[in-house]
Design a protein around this ligand. Structure first.
Ligand code: NAD
Ligand code: TYD
Length: 365
């Protein structure tokens, strides 16, 4: 059935935040590719994120766990994938502090299970590594958090030594090491990209920006960790999806690319900007939302500053972000306000219990 497609691409974690934007971009831009989305549909995965493309002739979805080595190997055997874009992961630092084992399971063992299936299935089918046409690719999506925490100055480059400091970043760093080990030992063609903090539509409301949009909407306190002066480098999720497309098509196997927007914000400055936008959009008096800011006990081991140097991808591949932070944040707020059903859906079920466990007790400390 899928013989007519030019490439068959396995995308893991395609029902999540970033994955859903990558799946949509590839399905709509490349009708000649078959896009196969494998996702376990954890709390973070939501098929509503892909409603508009679910019946596209070049799209398939399967609910499944990347840690299930038998399932993954059988899928490779059946589908004969040409490439993998691997996004499936546990992705929230606070959850990793509560439950590190789940992160080791999915982020490390799940990645190795995929690497192994690709290695076995592509044995004897790889084009010459030097000058040969690139016919197979394992593209691993990672984070800037593997590089650790910066002081007041400096940027993460592709050669910054790894120094992960949370269970989440340690699990992602380990998965990156396994990808490089498979490249070196088995000559699996791989690429890794390490991106800064993303924001935009479909972001689960446990991360800073969507959590605070939801809380402002419901007049709930905005829990700011520590002194609020922690710094993150923010990138609009669709710009990340475009960077992934660019790297997938033009990146060199064996290389690493950092992705970021040279867009650093101290949390408290970002939160104040968000409050101003929300006041305007909700027709509230200026200053109303800022009154919800509540400083709470800090996150244990909180990384002070992340900042990405994305010179390599812009010079070598010509990628750069398309929206300013102000535009992107306004678009994000507009999306959440226009998609109340999505927000209500993802905050039903166990969400309230999670929220109480993660934030409410810290507000009382
Ligand atoms: P997310 O938590 O929103 O989505 C993760 C997806 O993976 C979900 O759809 C979930 O159902 C799926 N998944 C989880 N465990 C699985 C398993 N065992 N088998 C199959 N599917 C499983 O995450 P995200 O924010 O979209 O991040 C995607 C990737 O990008 C991750 O690898 C993350 O480390 C990386 N990343 C994220 C950011 C960011 O700011 N969100 C920045 C840089 C890199
Ligand atoms: P987050 O969105 O969890 O991403 P990450 O920890 O991967 O960077 O957090 C972004 C920043 O916002 C980080 O410095 C922690 C801070 N933060 C808060 O102050 N309060 C919150 O409720 C959350 C979720 C995050």
């Amino acid at each position: 059935m899928s013989k007519a497609f030019e490439k068959k691409i396995l995308i893991t974690g395609g029902a999540g935040f970033i994955g859903s934007h990558v799946v949509r971009l590839f399905v709509t831009k490349y009708p000649q590719y078959l896009i196969y989305n494998l996702d376990k549909l954890t709390y973070a995965g939501n098929l509503e994120n892909l409603k508009d493309i679910e019946t596209a002739p070049n799209y398939r979805f399967e609910k499944g766990d990347i840690c299930d080595a038998e399932l993954v190997s059988e899928l490779f055997h059946q589908m004969q994938f040409d490439a993998v874009i691997h996004l499936a992961a546990e992705s929230h630092v606070d959850r990793s502090i509560e439950n590190p084992l789940e992160f080791i399971q999915t982020n490390i063992l799940g990645t190795v299970s995929l690497l192994n299936a690709a290695k076995e299935n592509w044995k004897g089918k790889l084009a010459g590594r030097q000058g040969g046409e690139q016919n197979k690719l394992f593209y691993h999506i990672s984070t800037d958090e593997v590089y650790g925490s910066l002081g007041e100055t400096g940027l993460f480059t592709e050669t910054t030594p790894y120094d992960p400091r949370s269970p989440y970043s340690a699990s992602k760093a380990s998965s990156d090491h396994f990808v490089r080990a498979y490249e070196n030992t088995y000559h699996l063609p791989t690429i890794i990209s390490n991106c800064s903090n993303n924001y935009g539509p479909n972001h689960f409301p446990e991360k800073l920006i969507p959590l605070f949009i939801n809380n402002i909407k419901h007049n709930k306190p905005l829990p700011v960790y520590g002194d609020g002066k922690y710094t993150r480098d923010w990138l609009y999720v669709i710009d990340h999806a475009v960077a992934i497309d660019t790297i997938f098509h033009q990146g060199k196997p064996g290389e690493t690319y950092n992705i970021g927007g040279f867009n650093e914000w101290k949390n408290i400055d970002l939160i104040k900007l968000l409050c101003t936008i929300m006041d305007e959009k909700l027709g509230r008096e200026k200053g109303t939302s800022e009154k919800l800011i509540t400083y709470i006990t800090d996150r244990p081991g909180h990384d002070r500053r992340y900042a990405i140097d994305s010179t390599k991808i812009s010079k070598e591949l010509g990628w750069k972000p398309s929206v300013t932070f102000e535009e992107g944040l306004e678009r994000t707020v507009d999306w959440y306000l226009a998609n109340e059903e999505w927000l209500d859906h993802v905050t039903s079920g166990n969400y309230q219990k999670y929220y109480e466990k993660m934030y409410l007790h810290r507000m009382k400390e």
